[in-house]
Design a protein around this ligand. Structure first.
Ligand SMILES: [Zn+2]
Length: 509
């Protein structure tokens, strides 16, 4: 039986066209639309009718880059986001022990060094001072550093000589670990959650993000610091969840991707690290330091990987934060494109937080899509914040949305959750209110990052990403018209309803 819904008295935003005032939806597809009250001619066709009270309606939001399982496990772990000093951490740990008396290991996430008054992550001795009766494992918000107390080092059998181990002057472990040993330890921790715990947390997260207007999410699973089974699990769970999941498996193994029948290879494969941990590969040294970050692959390896992806007709996504990583990736694409000039693939660069003018021109020529996280600027941008502490005056060149768009680059938007929350309105607010005014974009451009451009980045713009007849009825209704209000207050707008395939999954009006 046909399910016909009429949504009327709304302002349905369209890119470059007059907004519709009503939509007719048949079996999840937009089949009719018009202006003012012209729906009255066909009102009897609809079984359900919904008066939207004049509210703004946007296409359903995408989040193009989220570590979904990682974010979900936060519901079964201790969340250290917002800790301002070691005392905060200690209090939260003590609280957790009281609430979870059967805990044998405390698994904590979200600690951000630039929030800490002490200016560095706690060491083993500090953590031993909190408790020796329980193992403590803390992961930094950017995942690149873990901190352990003595008990955890023993219980997790952390290999003391592996790359990434930090030591005190006397040669004993400081409890802070990076690189390979961090990746190995993180995997052990993630594996320690039972599958029912994991599934429960994934469902909980799906329900939460629907309230943020998200109807489609690109999840980055598996890979260097993550648990391989996360990718398999998401592949199994994805059809049971209320949001549309697109899985990106962070691997460079073509066989695995083909086996899972994915049309992208890569995901969040690290060409370099992050700014927070000073491991993003940049051109000039970090402010006040003798290092310019790390590249985790050689140019040859990247070239070979990208060439093979062109050969196999597979889109790629690769994590490149600094210009040195981006350079490597652009060179690889230039080489592959010279061999396959007719390739019509849509390749993405994840993050691309720093780029030079010539790189922007070359990336534009190659049609590379930049998958970026505007909320980084909200969290790290502007004078006196993390970008400046790492890059000095170069903080003015991070996330240059304006210039990228003007040079023809398509930007799609994400959160890099758990780094910033899955909340496209926060992303839109951050892109419009970029702390460096020259890098800011218009509200419409920012909305496109999380809708039409996001759909384009995965070749589904003919079905999703905008409100047009023939497209899927994935919609988000806002309680404020973000095109009309003071741009600095976009952040105060709330999702009033989320509609997926024509069904209202969440409503608050
Ligand atoms: Zn990444």
């Amino acid at each position: 039986m046909e399910n016909k819904i009429l949504l009327y008295n709304g302002s349905f935003k369209r890119f470059g066209n007059q907004p519709y005032n009503w939509l007719g939806i048949t079996n999840g597809i937009i089949t009719d639309a018009g202006y003012s009250d012209t729906y009255s001619r066909c009102i009897d066709e609809y079984t359900e009718k919904e008066d939207l009270g004049g509210q703004l309606v946007l296409p359903g939001f995408y989040d193009c880059h989220a570590h979904f399982v990682q974010t979900a496990t936060k519901y079964i772990s201790l969340d250290l986001n917002g800790c301002k000093d070691y005392t905060d951490i200690k209090n939260k740990i003590e609280d957790w022990i009281i609430k979870n008396p059967k805990t044998s290991i405390i698994r904590a996430f979200g600690l951000e060094v630039s929030d800490l008054e002490e200016g560095s992550y706690p060491t083993r001795k500090i953590l031993d001072g909190f408790t020796r009766d329980y193992s403590i494992w803390i992961n930094s918000r950017d995942f690149h550093c873990s901190m352990l107390n003595t008990r955890a080092i023993h219980e997790l059998k952390v290999p003391l000589t592996m790359e990434g181990m930090e030591y005190y002057d006397n040669g004993t472990p400081s409890g802070r670990i990076y690189g390979k040993v961090n990746a190995l330890t993180r995997k052990k921790i993630i594996q320690s959650y039972t599958s029912s715990e994991r599934y429960k947390s994934i469902v909980e997260l799906s329900q939460k993000i629907i309230k943020k207007g998200v109807t489609r999410i690109h999840v980055m699973e598996g890979g260097f610091e993550f648990y391989e089974n996360d990718a398999e699990d998401m592949n199994t769970y994805k059809d049971k969840l209320p949001v549309d999941i697109k899985l990106f498996y962070s691997t460079i193994d073509f066989d695995k991707v083909e086996e899972m029948e994915l049309d992208f290879i890569g995901g969040d494969v690290y060409l370099d690290g992050s700014f927070t941990s000073k491991s993003a590969a940049i051109t000039d040294n970090y402010q006040g330091l003798d290092t310019n970050g790390e590249l985790y692959f050689t140019q040859e390896e990247i070239k070979e990987f990208i060439l093979k992806s062109y050969e196999k007709n597979l889109n790629t996504t690769m994590h490149a934060v600094g210009e040195r990583a981006l350079e490597c990736l652009i060179c690889a694409h230039e080489y592959a494109a010279s061999k396959y000039p007719l390739s019509r693939l849509r390749h993405r660069v994840e993050h691309a937080e720093l780029s030079s003018d010539s790189q922007i021109d070359r990336a534009s020529k190659l049609g590379l899509i930049f998958s970026m996280q505007p909320a980084y600027e909200y969290m790290y941008g502007g004078p006196g914040r993390m970008y400046e502490s790492r890059l000095g005056q170069r903080y003015k060149n991070t996330n240059q949305f304006r210039k990228l768009i003007d040079k023809g680059i398509i930007i799609c938007g994400g959160s890099d959750s758990d780094l910033t929350p899955i909340d496209p309105l926060l992303g839109i607010h951050s892109a419009v209110n970029h702390p460096v005014a020259e890098n800011a974009v218009s509200v419409e451009e920012a909305v496109k990052f999380f809708t039409l451009n996001a759909a384009f980045s995965v070749k589904e713009e003919s079905k999703k990403g905008s409100i047009e007849i023939g497209k899927t009825a994935d919609l988000v209704i806002l309680d404020k018209d973000i095109f009309e209000i003071d741009p600095e207050t976009i952040i105060s707008a709330k999702v009033a309803a989320t509609i997926k395939n024509g069904f209202i999954l969440y409503r608050n009006f």
